[in-house]
Design a protein around this ligand. Structure first.
Ligand SMILES: NC(=O)c1ccc[n+]([C@@H]2O[C@H](COP(=O)([O-])OP(=O)(O)OC[C@H]3O[C@@H](n4cnc5c(N)ncnc54)[C@H](O)[C@@H]3O)[C@@H](O)[C@H]2O)c1
Ligand SMILES: [Fe+2]
Length: 399
């Protein structure tokens, strides 16, 4: 009797938590040299490299193809991915992959190439979803993606460890977040040397994307002890390493710190969700092609202020992780210290502070709010939001 009552209570009160991560991940400067060993072990034959033209131009792709060449691993390169990649990008990629004769993919890039590789891999192995628009939200594909080896070249999105990919639907002017455990790269190689060519502004924006993941993932409705552990550690590491990575891009200790921190943030948020910062950043990408990191970085302090009543105690931990001593502060003061620390970091690394500075039009704000309300990330926000709340937040961030 006691047991069955206990079991009943257990069943109805305990939430099930799920963690999905890569099969294998490698971390460390120069760790891309592990690729041939892994390719051989997995019996892969020919690689299809998904990347963008700037990374070819800056020699980042060559840092990886040199390793493939030395091991005589054949490959073809698909360099057409745009920032905020589109449905057209994915379609072209699916066709090119089929023609390539490859049996696995290597994604070299920021979130844009990695997300495009995920979409190509999912569609190739689940042809009933040939229209990527049908994959928006939580998709019920049956088969795993074509195997992807992901090498991030920015320290921000953590797309190499997440179960999400984000594709812009040009026709409906919308960024679609697709959530599918079948898309996760089998192998993630986190080699900070691939990130040292990032200019200051890109380092700053992508680093603030990682901080946004860590903070939103820490206070999101689905957060729990294990995701909290990842996110707090990520906040602490980002606060410590991001200014140095921006200041001196060749500082491999700072680059490696950021590379690891953004991955740790991804281990958490991919499994628990995000919030209104990402919900509001996605329409800015779709409407104006604003870089994802810039959109998040600019919005983060405004949304943190809005969310304060729903996460007061957690804000004290954020403030502490960012280096503030809150011992003599009451709960509200400590929470405000967290917002102030984020604002100070953002100013220090040169993030634009108002939407009117980055090409947003005031007359679009209501439409942006409607789009943010419908975004997959918004329901994870710790404090509920209406379209009016989102409109007010965009207005506050406007000028
Ligand atoms: N899958 C996920 O979980 C997830 C999470 C967050 C964001 N995203 C998506 O990721 C995309 C943004 O990715 P991102 O911020 O990494 O940028 P990105 O991939 O769009 O790249 C931005 C620019 O930076 C350049 N670049 C990248 N690495 C460089 C390097 N090492 N040196 C010099 N230039 C370099 C690229 O060539 C490109 O021009 C957005 O579409 C966003 O929605 C996905
Ligand atoms: Fe993001």
């Amino acid at each position: 009797m006691f047991y069955s009552t206990f079991a009943h209570i257990f069943k109805i009160t305990m939430k099930t938590n799920r963690i999905i991560l890569n099969e294998t991940s490698y971390f460390g400067v120069g760790t891309r040299n592990i690729i041939p060993e892994e390719v051989k072990k997995r019996n892969f034959h020919k690689a299809f490299i998904v990347t963008d033209n700037d990374l070819v131009k800056f020699g980042v792709v060559k840092q990886v193809t040199d390793v493939l060449d030395a091991a005589s691993i054949p490959y073809s390169v698909f360099p057409e991915v745009k920032q905020n990649p589109t449905v057209t990008n994915v379609k072209a990629g699916v066709t090119a992959y089929a023609a390539s004769g490859a049996d696995f993919m290597i994604a070299i890039g920021g979130g844009s190439p990695t997300d495009t590789a995920k979409a190509i891999g999912i569609i190739t192995n689940n042809p009933e979803f040939s229209d990527v628009v049908s994959l928006e939200g939580v998709a019920n594909t049956r088969n795993k993606s074509v195997p992807v080896i992901a090498l991030p070249t920015t320290a921000g999105t953590a797309a190499e460890v997440t179960i999400n990919y984000v594709i812009t639907d040009e026709e409906h002017v919308k960024k679609m977040v697709c959530v599918d455990p079948n898309d996760i790269p089998v192998l993630a190689i986190i080699d900070a040397e691939l990130m040292s060519s990032m200019p200051k502004s890109l380092t700053a924006a992508t680093g603030m994307d990682a901080l946004t993941h860590a903070i939103e993932g820490y206070i999101t409705k689905g957060a729990w002890e294990m995701s909290d552990m990842f996110e707090l550690k990520a906040i602490e590491m980002i606060a410590r390493h991001l200014p140095n990575a921006v200041e001196n891009g060749k500082n491999l200790e700072a680059r490696n710190g950021m590379a690891t921190a953004q991955y740790i943030a991804g281990m958490g948020f991919s499994n628990v969700g995000l919030g209104a910062v990402h919900g509001m950043a996605h329409p800015l990408g779709a409407f104006y092609n604003i870089p994802h990191g810039v959109a998040n970085a600019l919005l983060l302090p405004y949304v943190m202020e809005y969310n304060m009543p729903a996460a007061l105690e957690k804000y004290r931990h954020i403030a502490e992780a960012m280096g503030c001593d809150t011992a003599n502060m009451n709960t509200e003061e400590a929470a405000q210290a967290a917002v102030n620390a984020v604002k100070a970091l953002s100013l220090k690394i040169g993030i634009p502070q108002k939407l009117n500075e980055i090409g947003v039009k005031e007359e679009d704000l209501l439409q942006l709010a409607e789009s943010a309300f419908a975004d997959v990330c918004t329901p994870g926000n710790p404090r509920d939001v209406t379209i009016d709340d989102l409109f007010a937040l965009y207005k506050k961030a406007y000028k």
